[in-house]
Ligand binder design. Sequence first.
Ligand code: ATP
Ligand code: MG
Length: 564
Amino acid sequence: MTSDKQHQQKKTDFIRDLVRADQSSKRHSGRVQTRFPPEPNGYLHLGHAKSICLNFGIAEEFGGICNLRFDDTNPVTESVEFVHSIQRDIEWILGKQISTRPLFASDYFEQMFEWAVLLIEKGKAYVDDQDAETISELRGNFTEVGVDSPFRKRTPEENLKLFQMMRDGDFPEGSCVLRAKIAMDHENMNMRDPVLYRIRNESHFRTENDWVIYPTYDWAHGQSDAIENVTHSLCTLEFESHRLLYDWFIEQLEIPLDKRPYQSEFARLNFTHTVLSKRLLKRLVEDCVVEGWDDPRMPTISGLRRRGYPSEAIRNFCDHIGIAKTNSTHEIELLESFVRTELNQSAQRRMAVIDPVKLTITNWPTGKLEYRTAINNPEDKSAGTREIPFSGNLLIEREDFMEDPLPKFFRLSPGREVRLRYGYFVTCTGFINDENGDLVEILCTYDPETSGGKAPDGRKVKATIHWVEEANSQRGSVATYARLFSSEKPDAFDDPFDDLNKESREVFETATFEPSISDVENGEVVQFERLGYFCRDESKEILFHQTVGLRDEWANIQKRNKSK
Ligand code: ATP
Ligand code: MG
């Protein structure tokens, strides 16, 4: 067996090839340093997981380090709550603690300010009194060049004075900005005198009221990388056209060659039936479409954790899809198949009936209770067995009975014999409906000779159903989930919220479980026989969230694609 490290060394993709080449040409004296730079303005999602696996993975594979750096340059939307959730989620995804302490772009505000002063002194930045709308209008577009601001000719002395006044709070919000002085006719729009600082009279969750000017993302990002000595600055494709600007800043600031970060771009992760934009995820929370960032229907790390996704499954998925340079969308079923593979190995089996109806065995000896032996995990012998009570008073799934069975329905119906999992063969002899015609009880007889799950005369049954013994059952709730968005591409809607599936959650409040359910810990995932994988919630009452079903829908999709 190869060790993890050997396995990882074999990984190849265009970024790893580049890192290898840089290491052998000693570009940064062979050093490799990456970073994961989230903005603390929301919870992390699956897309972030890809970036986390990439950045931390590369650092580990090449003997380098990866810092968690909060890109906290926007005082309005950021908070400590998000900082804490992000750190927790990263460590969960990685399956270990982050070895370096978290860093914050806000710790570099003073250095960024000094560098902005340096640009002004070099005649490469100016204070512009135009309002945001005018600035945006005069930037031009892909076919039209931009127009110089009337304030572009200000002298460095005047700009230095004005920039200091901006910092000192002498101007109202929106009255002026600091811009880089590059070229308003540049073919790359990002080079048309981008804004570096805005006035914002807002308190920041870390620097509090120290600043009333805040750097823009474009100004803060590359400079933060340079301050930290990041060697490989990995980001998503939409920043490709910003690279020229970031390199221009670094050049102007005369950062020594071996200290310059080099940016490479990779494709964002997208899934069918899923939105991964923080803006939309925030709206789902704020509009109470879901019950919070950790609602099990959310593609957030905290939502998936609550739903019972093992972090190994997410890591394995990220390994499997690798890194590419073109954006594409992955089927959500592929991720689910990784989850299923992982849980099939690790999850204990239990019996639960989530929509129960009584099944009475009329020829069962009155008052008799016996124990049946059930296998905890057929994939893992060491998980052992358990004893489950069995009697003549059982509960089975309402949908496992049909008064008039449809073709291909092989489960219980009048006159039909089926196997009770770990129990006996039973034959339906009758049923009782209430005055509304709703089924309340199914009557059966059992064959005592079928205790081993087989009939001595060799007769076969077409279905095995699960059950719970009524008197010893535990009660609780089970939530099952469908896709939060109905169509494969919710992003294709003008408003993806028009595509929301109104029936994405169903809660069964009268679910019943075999007694050993009480051994299942909060956060643990079990397989409910025939139903799927379910994760026990942290709440005091018994509540389970459906993690994923048993059927491999990914296999079906592959078959469908092959036959196309
Ligand atoms: P959003 O667009 O959802 O607001 P973001 O990119 O602004 O996300 P950040 O907190 O800035 O969110 O993201 C931190 C890092 O995670 C960035 O370096 C970004 O490249 C990466 N990232 C974000 N979304 C994805 C994604 N869908 N796939 C891969 N990486 C992503
Ligand atoms: Mg971002």
